[in-house]
Design a protein around this ligand. Structure first.
Ligand SMILES: [Zn+2]
Length: 72
């Protein structure tokens, strides 16, 4: 058998965590999607979230998950 090789996690890396909860108004449909992104900088977390389909609204400090952003 061939065991999949796991990348060894670096031990000393500055990590930023971005935890997103979908802020879709519950009046439209219920959504409790959340996701967590990590990066070496806060901007990298945001880029990874956007690359995954999340919409981040800086002005209102809200987020919309990929499922909900695809329905609007
Ligand atoms: Zn959502």
């Amino acid at each position: 058998m061939i065991a999949p090789s796991k990348p060894h996690p670096p031990r000393y890396v500055e990590q930023h965590q971005l935890l997103l909860y979908c802020d879709q108004p519950p009046s439209l449909w219920a959504c409790d999607v959340s996701a967590q992104f990590a990066g070496s900088t806060p901007g990298e977390c945001l880029r990874r979230a956007r690359a995954s389909g999340w919409r981040i609204h800086r002005t209102t400090r809200t987020a919309t998950c990929p499922q909900c952003s695809g329905r609007t």
